[in-house]
Write a protein that binds this ligand. Structure first.
Ligand code: SF4
Length: 195
């Protein structure tokens, strides 16, 4: 195994590219393409502030026009419902239909996840840590907005936090209570301590 950083960098880049190709090919299934699967996956995990076409476009790193085509296809297949945002009446909120939630259960990316589960314990932890750092660095370098969950968010006022007037387990951005099950959902308003 090479030991110099340049050789490691090249090898890691090659491996990530190969894995991305395998994952992408697997996602031409069930009559959907990779962008459509990614949109379904996002909507299954996004919190109530983040299920808009604009947030989805930012998460996928594509234009609103491209996302619009993806959403039209998913609506025609009966997987996504577009409705008025109950808070911002000028905006739209996206929801998965029952068929959309069922589709997520057979997401082809699950095969990749199962393969990763089969890795040894001492490999999985460092791999997640290293890939997370790599993603963070790339997003920072390219000015790509980061999405995250309440648990890691600088705006999360959790139990024992007395600084926010709204009290414990509230969102510091909206002042609203974070409800049970929402803490692990992806948020477009996520902020790191440095932001
Ligand atoms: S605490 Fe952060 S991640 Fe959670 S809802 Fe508020 S802004 Fe989003």
């Amino acid at each position: 195994m090479e030991t110099n950083p340049h050789a490691f960098g090249r090898r890691i880049g090659e491996l990530l590219d190969r894995i991305a190709r395998v994952a992408r090919e697997a996602q031409f299934s069930d009559g959907l393409n990779p962008a459509q699967w990614e949109a379904l996956r996002y909507l299954a995990r996004a919190n109530r502030y983040s299920r808009s076409p604009g947030s989805l476009a930012e998460y996928l790193g594509c234009t609103k026009g491209t996302v619009s085509q993806t959403l039209i296809a998913l609506e025609q297949k009966g997987y996504v419902i577009r409705e008025r945002d109950p808070v911002d009446r000028r905006g739209m909120r996206l929801e998965l239909s029952e068929a959309g939630r069922a589709a997520v259960e057979r997401d082809p990316i699950l095969a990749l996840e199962r393969a990763a589960e089969g890795l040894d314990d001492d490999v999985r932890g460092p791999l997640v840590k290293g890939l997370s750092r790599l993603l963070y660095d790339l997003q920072t370098e390219r000015g790509i907005r980061r999405f995250g969950v309440c648990h890691d968010c600088a705006l999360h006022c959790c139990d024992g936090h007395e600084a926010h007037p709204a009290g414990a387990n509230h969102c510091g951005a909206t002042g609203e209570e974070i409800q049970s099950g929402e803490e692990q959902r992806i948020c477009a308003n996520f902020a790191t301590a440095a932001e």
